[in-house]
Design a protein around this ligand. Structure first.
Ligand code: NI
Length: 254
């Protein structure tokens, strides 16, 4: 069966947003079953859009492309305002195995992201820093980046010094609501990211290839996370939130 691509038009979703990925998955499933009728497809799309966290969006219109291999969706929220996508940089694509080229690329990305965060928030007014992307303000997003990376730094050290240690998850929503997230000078988040990454880079660049097979246990997901996977996740996570700040700057600032 030919694969079916999904294109969302009229909202900021790209083919890498959650909704679209869910849709692609769903449609691929339908294709495999060779039951791609318009009726069934529409039912699946409605269900998947709801499940994807785009529940405030209304699916106004959907049509097939000329070859019926391309689907166009037109969506808007209730006010007709473009809704911020949940994954503006795309979902995390975990590496399948330890690939040192990917590991090195992720390390280089972590290094660069320090400058990217500084450039994204430096000089913004208090009002701009309090502009929301979905639930969080830019100030909270910057703080969340720092919260994560400081936890990552600790997790990395635990994995290097203990055998498959269990790490401690944290409630990111509750953390983002604390005053240090909502009120601190945003440049303290930049400084935290900068310092934690600087320390991690020393560790990462001193590690042998086999050291990246060391791991920690994430009790929340009941999973063992090898460091070659973790470094890709850290780089993706910071990039994901940097893309959110970029999105607010592009779409919400006048
Ligand atoms: Ni996050």
């Amino acid at each position: 069966m030919p694969s079916v691509l999904v294109e969302i038009k009229g909202c900021f979703c790209t083919d890498r947003s959650t909704a679209c990925v869910a849709l692609q998955r769903g449609i691929a499933m339908e294709s495999r079953e060779d039951a791609l009728t318009e009726q069934r497809l529409k039912g699946s799309l409605d269900a998947m859009i709801f499940a994807s966290g785009h529940e405030t969006l209304q699916l106004f219109k959907w049509t097939f492309g000329p070859e019926r291999d391309h689907l166009h969706l037109i969506t808007r929220d209730a006010e007709g305002i473009i809704e911020a996508p949940q994954f503006p940089a795309g979902p995390f694509q975990p590496p399948a195995a330890r690939d040192m080229q990917l590991v090195r690329a992720a390390i280089a990305t972590l290094d660069e992201q320090r400058t990217r965060l500084r450039a994204a928030v430096e000089g913004l007014s208090a009002e701009q820093l309090n502009t929301r992307y979905r639930n969080w303000t830019i100030r909270q997003i910057a703080s969340h980046i720092a919260d994560n990376i400081t936890n990552d730094y600790v997790r990395w050290k635990l994995a290097l010094t203990e055998e498959r240690p269990s790490i401690k998850p944290f409630d990111e929503t509750a953390w983002a609501a604390l005053p240090d997230s909502t009120e601190s000078d945003v440049m303290t988040s930049v400084a935290l990211l900068d310092a934690a990454v600087a320390r991690m880079l020393v560790l990462m660049r001193s590690m042998k290839e086999s050291d990246f097979d060391r791991s920690y246990i994430h009790p929340q997901y009941e999973r063992e996370i090898p460091l070659w996977h973790a470094v890709a996740l850290y780089a993706w996570h910071t990039g994901h939130h940097l893309a959110q700040i970029d999105w607010v700057r592009a779409h919400r600032f006048t």
